[in-house]
Design a protein around this ligand. Sequence first.
Ligand code: UGA
Length: 442
Amino acid sequence: MTLRISVIGTGYLGATHAACMAELGYEVIGLDVNAEKLQALSAGILPFHEPGLPELLRKHVASGRLRFTDSYEEVAQRADIHFVTVGTPQRADSQSADMSYVDAAVDSLVANISGEALIVGKSTVPVGTARRLSERIEATAKPGSKISLAWNPEFLREGFAVKDTLTPDRLVYGIQDDTCLAKLREVYAPILALDTPEVVTDLETSELVKVAANAFLATKISFINAFAEVTETVGGDIKTLADAIGHDARIGRKFLNAGVGFGGGCLPKDIRALQARVSELGLSQTMGFLDEVDQINLRRRDRVVSLASSILGNQLAGKRICVLGVTFKPDSDDVRDSPALDIAVRLYNSGAEVSVYDPEGNKNAAGRFPRLNYVESWREAAKESDLVLLLTEWKEFRALDPQELGEVVSSRVLIDGRNVLDRPLWRDQGWVMTGPGEKFDL
Ligand code: UGA
């Protein structure tokens, strides 16, 4: 019999998971409380940018294998395996994660399940959450129902969400008994058939694997950005440094690109939530280095703002600045905690006229900060600008022609915030430019 799966929460992770489960051949129902999102998804329209996902969504909505609802009752009737993929954002009043959506999703499922079911948590949660939920389920499940809980963290990257879901580096499940394991193996059978490594463990380890992975990645980025601060002062070449240490297989070259720092809906909030959680556990010093990782990261933004200001004679009022890229990374329209948007806003608040172009991010950025001048092309953004900032390394910006861009600006001055442009080529065309890790003397 075809597996019947539900996915609770159709944000970034949930929409991807639902479409990919349908691609594996299952009957899938996605639940969300946001009516606008449901309407779009039910019409086969993806409400955010993710390469390859619109095609999957359209295909499976059209075939009837993938549907959406706002009813827990319907979900409980139509599925036996329920993936919880709701958000765990940073709380407004602290660094911890807000667990209210996860708790509400599990409570609503439990209130509607009468038979046998498996709930699989995928959201990124503070360690101890799954155990707590498991006890809660036991205490509140309807008489006669049999509900198990497993945890199955997700490691997908925005921009590669479909690939990372269908061909992940590994599958991790935290389980409490062999029945859960058998069900998860059935769900993931087509992926396991590709020789995907499988890690079977307890609930706590599975929760920690997720935050450990993100904390490690964040630390790696801040590590190289700390060295960028050194080379910015003493001279030296940060890319060569990263290449040289990256040749050591124990270190590896990935995630050693100095830049404007990490942003997005995951890395920044996950390192803060981890630090908050271990402090709650009485281990306030244990993850203290993550505060430092966060501080180094935020200093990258300060550096670009002060560099821009000194390049423009410490007088930003009335200066025209062109910002290329506002998303937190390319191939995404996500501007959550985006270093690029933060820098653009800070320059605007200091009096500069800021024109912004991003291939996909203008709309979301305007939703958060409408006062910047959002335009539809790099050419328009750069028109008569005194300074160009490249802050997100979209392919379109990597391919920019120094001569073409030079023709529209007032002044050939550029900060390459992601170190992606070929310095000699651009300098040959009369550009004054600098980037992360570069010692720059005016
Ligand atoms: C991250 C993790 O990479 C995923 O494995 C994880 O599943 C996801 O969070 C999550 O928890 O859901 P994502 O937020 O999509 O994925 O973005 P990353 O590709 O990790 O990039 C994060 C930030 O680091 C971006 O702002 C990027 O520009 C920056 N970065 C990345 C650097 O500044 N330098 C680098 O060398 C690499």
